[in-house]
Design a protein around this ligand. Structure first.
Ligand code: G4P
Length: 528
């Protein structure tokens, strides 16, 4: 690769790579993450972190539900050094019921690794997550995994990426065989063979015609392989750095996460190609990562990371400036000051106090309900970061409380769950019991479990007559008042008091939209 990011070690912003892995379940995200951490090794951010280990797992495995079902319910962040870069890998839950969480996490990354199973190609969830990345023009590096198993032809795989995702591909490495005959990769530009067999060193060859390939591949396959590889080297897109940064082209690497093959190439690609922290859009202006003053936004709240201690951590992406432990910041939503006395970095198994953090870093801020998803923290400036979205839930249920005496406690608990983004809570304007909304059914199980464990509040869910909900706004307040007066029994308020219209079917929603053309019915809402 000729294009490299310029990253003098003394420049903390240029060193940062903040990214996530997007993939369909089973494609190998967990395996790849483990290999990343293996190569990344222990974090030694000299002068930036004072390690104070307290043996806490970032993998929140405290919850029975997660253990029972073998799914990762919550996201977390892993920070590690690789070469002269600092990698912040944001983990996303694999299960699609937690897709809201994943979407929010993707608002905090600068690039993404797309992992594809070489036998299965592009799968449903990869496509959906890719679409989210595309909305934000996030550059994507592709890793085609499991080459040690029977795989599709590499041309077919690239073709599928191009056609299904409308994303140009530029293979950097090319597989030498696949499945049982997988012998390694050949890098198309610098003509280097990397042997699958660990004992053998990389060699530079003359090209696909080199005699080495007669030894590496079965006699029946070698002629076709040469032909295809010549074609790949000549016909495929050259790597265009600008197109990559704009999210139109992806460099492609082949390998096997399980066999630890091709992972280093991928990590080198992240260091060399993935962009450093991007500028972030706030309501009034763009915030440059290199601005002096610290700013950041909360994209995730995670409770109970430590099974011995019920804590609540807000994950904040630093967008600009330098965060110093102990500094005073302003929580823009409330206008109040707060002190960042114990910001933390998270590693594979440990956390440590973060004495300093820079744009691109993700720090955990312990708090007791002060911070919410979408919150902006600054050194005083009145700005709000945009883009941590809330989606209109697809499943609505009324909460049934078994002990009616605990209604007040329930309200407080629901408020907290809504602030953490576990579920959305809607308070009907007709005074009836709270309605919760989720995108995936498993979120309801998580809510019930947490209510039981943390608040000793056993709850049940009842169906409601509504199936669709939309935030309603209107530039003419009189028109909004008219609409609201006519729909009291179908209106609720969300966490911020914003009006939400609930409809019994998509048809009735459409009917109301036609009757009230000035009202906007929105299925996405920015936090704040
Ligand atoms: P996910 O997080 O994307 O859901 O995938 P994960 O890494 O858990 O991998 C899913 C399965 O695929 C695992 O096998 C894992 O060992 C296997 N796998 C991952 N990468 C490769 C690879 O490069 N080659 C091969 N052959 N297999 C790979 P499993 O049997 O479901 O789980 P386990 O019992 O091995 O943990």
């Amino acid at each position: 690769m000729s294009e490299q990011n310029n990253r003098p070690v003394s420049d903390p912003v240029a060193r940062r790579r903040t990214f996530a892995i997007i993939s369909h379940p089973d494609a190998g995200k967990t395996t790849l993450t483990e290999k990343f951490l293996l190569f990344g090794g222990a974090i030694q951010l000299a002068g930036e972190v004072k390690a104070k280990r307290n043996r806490v797992s970032t993998r929140s495995d405290w919850m029975g539900i997660e253990k029972d079902r073998g799914i990762s319910v919550v996201t977390s962040v892993m920070t590690f050094e690789y070469g002269d870069c600092v990698f912040n890998l944001l983990d996303t839950p694999g299960h699609e019921d937690f897709s809201e969480d994943t979407y929010r996490t993707l608002t905090a990354v600068d690039s993404a690794i797309m992992v594809i199973d070489a036998a299965k190609g592009i799968e449903d969830r990869t496509r959906k997550l890719f679409e989210v990345c595309r909305m934000r023009d996030i550059p994507i590096i592709t890793f085609i995994n499991k080459l040690d198993r029977e795989s599709q032809n590499p041309f077919e795989l690239l073709d599928e990426i191009e056609k299904t995702l409308a994303l140009d591909t530029s293979p950097v490495t090319w597989p030498i065989g696949q499945g049982k005959s997988f012998a390694g990769t050949y890098s198309l530009q610098d003509k280097k063979v990397r042997h699958f067999n660990e004992g053998e060193a990389d060699v530079v060859v003359s090209g696909p015609e080199d005699a080495l390939f007669d030894k590496l591949l079965p006699a029946s396959d070698v002629a076709t392989w040469r032909e295809e590889t010549e074609l790949a080297a000549e016909a495929l897109q050259p790597f265009d750095y600008k197109a990559f940064l704009e999210g139109h082209l992806t460099p492609v690497y082949f390998g096997s996460a399980l066999k630890n093959f091709g992972v280093r190439d991928l990590m080198d690609a992240i260091a060399a190609l993935a962009p450093p922290p991007r500028d972030q859009e706030a309501d009034s202006r763009m915030i440059s990562a290199r601005e002096k003053n610290m700013s950041g936004f909360v994209f995730k709240i995670q409770a109970n990371m430590d099974p011995n201690h019920r804590d609540r951590i807000a994950f904040m992406r630093v967008c600009s400036g330098k965060l110093s432990r102990g500094m005073k910041v302003k929580l823009v939503r409330t206008g109040k000051q707060m002190s960042l006395s114990a910001p933390q970095f998270f590693f594979a198994q440990d956390r440590a106090l973060a004495d300093e953090a820079y744009a691109g870093d993700v720090v955990g801020i312990p708090n007791h309900g002060t911070l919410r998803i979408g919150d902006t923290l600054t050194e005083g400036e009145e700005i709000l970061f945009r883009g941590v979205p809330s989606f209109a839930p697809e499943i609505l249920r009324r909460i049934k409380l078994q002990d009616a005496m605990k209604a007040k406690k329930l309200r407080e608990a629901l408020q907290q769950m809504a602030e953490e983004g576990v579920v959305q809570v809607f308070i009907p304007q007709d005074g009836s019991a709270a309605i919760v909304g989720v995108v995936g059914a498993l979120q309801l199980d998580v809510l019930a479990e947490r209510m039981r464990i943390e608040y000793s509040l056993p709850i049940a869910f009842e169906p409601v007559r509504f199936t669709v909900c939309r935030w309603v706004t209107c530039s003419e307040s009189a028109e909004l008042d008219k609409f609201m007066a006519a729909h009291r029994s179908s209106l609720s308020s969300d966490l911020d008091g914003a009006p939400v219209f609930m409809a019994t079917s998509p048809f009735s929603l459409q009917y109301e939209a036609e009757r009230f053309p000035k009202i906007e019915f929105s299925d996405v809402k920015d936090y704040q």
